[in-house]
Ligand binder design. Structure first.
Ligand code: ZN
Length: 305
């Protein structure tokens, strides 16, 4: 969409919002979140105390996601926007920048992390790999940022936000202990994760996997023949049993890799579909961050055993 059209839509949306007044939202904070991981997090902390809109549903690729006119209206009408940042939502950067001139509070959660601990990347304009939610400790820091922002914007409910956050943080600690125990059942030399794109570098670094993505860090560039050849040799050299598709990336990229390995006389199975940049369907177990994480780890460990 052309820049000028964005500006027109934002101005229009703001004029509509300013006519509505506070009561339209029942006095609750209007909160918009981008990815399904962040929407789930904010829901756990804000609960019924906020009006929450998540922009990206199951299977949606945040690297490629463009704001519709309806999204821009939601964003312009928000009191707070939570997003991943670090240029994960590459096509929304322009919209967020336009909104800097408005009253909307924008919180790029990934930007609050200690940059010295992040994985560098030349690919993203941020210079960092943005897939930070695959380190549960970082996701806990997201939670801390969400609770402080909601409490600042809505001090009356601060105690409730804090209580919800404490409860959720405890669940995240349990999650981390559980997935570490599951991973411990897989011999160290089998901890090699081959996926469609490099979404799992933080997962690998945090939980002891060597991670190789076919498409690189973003899905915006397609994998080339060279990538397929290089990676198929790697799979053969390392006797990798299984490779994985991702719910938000077309299956054909990994199928091409499987075919290349087979053409060289070795079998490799598709070990399942992992949730990388989006959760599963809303209402399902994998539609939550915690359910998604357990599902991914179980799928990976079972297929590589
Ligand atoms: Zn990604």
């Amino acid at each position: 969409m052309k820049q000028s059209l964005y500006i027109v839509i934002i101005i229009f949306a703001l004029s509509v919002i300013s006519c509505k007044g506070e009561n339209e939202s029942n006095g609750k904070l209007n909160v918009v979140a981008t990815t399904s991981m962040i929407t789930d997090l904010v829901k756990n902390i804000g609960g019924d105390l906020i009006n929450l809109e998540g922009l990206m549903g199951a299977g949606v690729d945040p690297h490629l996601y463009k704001a519709s006119a309806g999204d821009v209206t939601k964003l312009a009408g928000a009191d707070v926007i939570f997003y991943n940042g670090l240029h994960l939502e590459g096509k929304l950067v322009e919209v967020f920048e336009k909104m800097n001139a408005t009253q909307v509070t924008q919180i790029p959660l990934g930007e609050s992390l200690d940059k010295n601990t992040l994985i560098g990347s030349d690919y993203f304009a941020s210079n960092y790999d943005p897939h930070v939610w695959f380190n549960i400790q970082y996701f806990k820091q997201f939670a801390t940022e969400v609770v402080s922002t909601l409490s600042r914007k809505d001090p009356q409910n601060a105690k409730s936000y804090e209580a919800n956050a404490q409860n959720y943080l405890a669940q995240l600690d349990e999650l981390e202990a559980e997935i570490k125990a599951t991973i411990a059942t897989l011999p160290a030399e089998k901890r090699i994760l081959v996926t469609a794109h490099d979404a799992f570098n933080y997962f690998g670094k945090s939980y002891g996997f060597e991670v190789v993505g076919l498409q690189g860090l973003s899905t915006a560039t397609e994998a080339g023949v060279k990538d397929v050849q290089r990676l198929s040799q790697f799979i053969i050299d390392n006797k990798v049993k299984a490779i994985f598709v991702e719910s938000s990336v077309p299956r054909r990229t990994i199928e091409a890799l499987q075919a290349a390995v087979q053409s060289r006389g070795q079998e490799v199975v598709i070990g399942g579909s992992l949730y990388s940049d989006a959760l599963g369907n809303a209402g399902s177990v994998e539609g939550t961050y915690i359910g998604m994480f357990k599902y991914n780890v179980t799928t990976i460990v079972e297929a590589l055993k």
